[in-house]
Design a protein around this ligand. Structure first.
Ligand SMILES: CCCCCCCCCCCCC/C=C/C(=O)SCCNC(=O)CCNC(=O)[C@H](O)C(C)(C)COP(=O)(O)OP(=O)(O)OC[C@H]1O[C@@H](n2cnc3c(N)ncnc32)[C@H](O)[C@@H]1OP(=O)(O)O
Length: 303
């Protein structure tokens, strides 16, 4: 079902004006620096770099939407399309998701996509966010998040949608759902993803407080699976990948589906209502004021 909806989304994306992605070159393939054969060819788009290794069946997917990998509409769309491309290529069994931007894995929703925008734009944006979550959460591939930077809110959700998370041991790289601190509320499917990962009580506390966990605490609460020195994030993600790929695909995929389907179905059943809730909530004057104030604070705070 997710695959079908992903295909529909990609097709829709290619037909709709925003899907022209303002200068994106989707599907571009180029040799990796110093690379030679097929396994070293990389492809991707303006904001997502894919480095496939056909020999191992693993691709590294890098978010590169500087300065902080905020989830713009374009980035969301390019992520969905890149993931779909890998899913449709039977060469690949696993993807390591990481950041190409220094110090930040992903800053979450691009607040400029929902501040001062009209309801139609906010709806379109939210549908793209839903699509990325559905696509990652139900992916048949093994997804390992190599978290090499700060990982708040929507960034955390992308990481939680993966099967496994490796976080760099740097106190500045905090992870969690901090929505309440912006005066907004995590929708039910973000909450469900959190609860499925760290349990009900820990989620209740962390969601209300908008907690952003430093690495040791993130490990303790179960938000990430490993914390390692920064220069070992990639190699540890590869070792984790090998562990997951040692399991026969069909058994692992059916088990993943069994564990996650009910959570995804809950959103699929009420996707339109969820979009309407989001739009009417973020378009309120009071919410717009809080978001504007938060953005202003971010712009003034440097370093
Ligand atoms: C009853 C009703 C029910 C309704 C139910 C529905 C409600 C639904 C509500 C919606 C819920 C959605 C769930 C998801 C939410 C989100 O993801 S919100 C986004 C949250 N993100 C953050 O809080 C992160 C903010 N950013 C930072 O903390 C830092 O930037 C950083 C990531 C730690 C990096 O720090 P640093 O390297 O020091 O960079 P900065 O100098 O701070 O930033 C550089 C420039 O980037 C801009 N920027 C940062 N984050 C964002 C962002 N998220 N969106 C847009 N822009 C961002 C920042 O302003 C800087 O800009 P310039 O000053 O212009 O350079």
């Amino acid at each position: 079902m997710a695959l079908a909806s992903g295909v529909r989304f990609a097709a829709r994306a290619l037909l709709r004006p925003w899907a022209l992605l303002r200068g994106t070159t989707l599907g571009r393939t180029e040799p990796a620096a110093g690379g030679g054969g097929d396994g070293a060819r990389r492809f991707g788009s303006q904001r997502v770099l894919v480095e496939p290794d056909a020999a191992s069946g693993v691709a590294v997917m890098k978010l590169r939407n500087p300065p902080v990998n905020a989830l713009s509409l374009e980035l969301l769309t390019e992520l969905v399309i890149s993931l779909e491309k890998l899913e449709n290529d039977k060469t690949f069994r696993g993807v390591i998701l990481t950041s190409d931007c220094p110090r930040v894995f992903c800053a979450g929703l691009d607040l400029t996509e929902i501040c001062g925008r009209n309801p139609a734009h906010c709806a379109e944006y939210w549908k793209a966010m839903q699509e990325l979550w559905l696509r990652t959460y139900l992916s048949s591939l093994v997804l390992v998040a190599a978290i090499n930077g700060a990982c708040p809110a929507g960034g955390c959700i992308i990481a939680l949608s993966c099967d496994c998370r490796v976080l760099a041991d740097n106190p500045k790289y905090r992870i969690g759902l901090n929505e309440t601190l912006l005066g907004i509320i995590a929708p039910f499917w973000l909450k469900d993803t959190y609860v499925n990962t760290i349990g009900h009580r820990a989620s209740e506390q962390a969601l209300q407080l908008g907690s952003l966990f430093p690495p040791a605490e993130a490990l303790q609460v179960g938000l990430v699976d490993q914390v390692v020195p920064e220069d070992q994030v990639q190699s540890t993600a590869l070792s984790e990948m090998a562990r997951w790929l040692a399991v026969p695909d069909h058994a692992r995929q059916l088990t993943k589906n069994m564990m996650r389907k009910a959570t995804a179905d809950r959103l699929l059943r009420q996707r339109d209502a969820d979009t309407q809730n989001f739009v009417s909530f973020v378009c309120r004057d009071s919410i717009q004021k809080s978001l504007q104030a938060y953005l202003e604070k971010l712009r003034q705070r440097k370093g």
